[in-house]
Design a protein around this ligand. Sequence first.
Ligand code: ADP
Length: 316
Amino acid sequence: MSMLSLSYGYIFSYITTIFQIEGNIIDKIPSLIGDVVTGLSYIKELNRYFGFTEENDFSVDKEKFKIDKIENIEFKDVSFKYPDANNFVLKNISFVISSGKHYALIGKNGCGKSTIVKLLLKFYSPTEGKILINGIDIELISQENVYNLFSVVFQDFARYQLTVRENILLGSPTKKLDIESVIEQVNLKELNNLPNGLDTFLGKIYENGIDLSGGQWQKIAIARSLVRKSQLRILDEPTASLDPLEESRLYQDYQSLLLGNTAILITHRLGATKLVDKIIVIDEGTVKEIGSHDELMKKKDLYFRMFNSQKEWYDE
Ligand code: ADP
């Protein structure tokens, strides 16, 4: 397959692999080789393709600016245009994320939400302005350090042709955890009823492999991110495969799982916004409003209009 024929979603499935595979998994789990190895070689190419090279890191003093714990993240007047694009996708974005709080980044499709995440993960550098973690410019922090701070469930999460258990454990560097309790936490106990329970192969490439519904795959992606130790959890549009009521339930479960952690939910649907500490409303690449649900409802501006237009989706 030529690089140019890779779809955006396909590319992101493999980029997601970077965050979910810790250390040298090939040595540790030979059975996982197949898809994953292919993924790793693609990642190398993709890194070059997108210019996400480790070369940038040669100028980074890895020890001097090593971050183990996030206290805060600040976007300071960040503007961004994609390489070779003419238009700015983000324009003078400023906001602060504080440790232990939950945020929702909301706005219509195409307003720039995922781009904010890509900058946070150092896929690209801001064209103007700065991103600071604990007051340190992200440009001075190594890519590896940044990857280790975050766990992300992308819109287009990966569906590995592995067993249920392996699909979830890919997120865990230690592989020592109580998978049953994770499954229970994301309301996926029904997977125990599969023909071989958690050792059932997922995907059609296996003779006895089975496929899951979009919602079940989504929960697996969330479980995978939950088992990964990280300082900040990001769910990019986690609910695309769920109906609004399933979505509300998932957010409620997720909310209780995340207590004490820092989290950012990114969505154009407002089922979760009442649950978070702060909502950042993005409109055409700018920050339009920031506040709690109650504060923004009182303002009767963009958030208020969006919330009212979606309200009936969430009325049981
Ligand atoms: P959202 O997550 O809010 O739906 P995105 O951040 O994905 O929005 O996209 C913001 C804008 O940037 C859109 O106009 C989109 O078409 C554009 N865009 C996204 N990715 C790229 C890219 N790799 N190259 C050029 N433009 C892009």
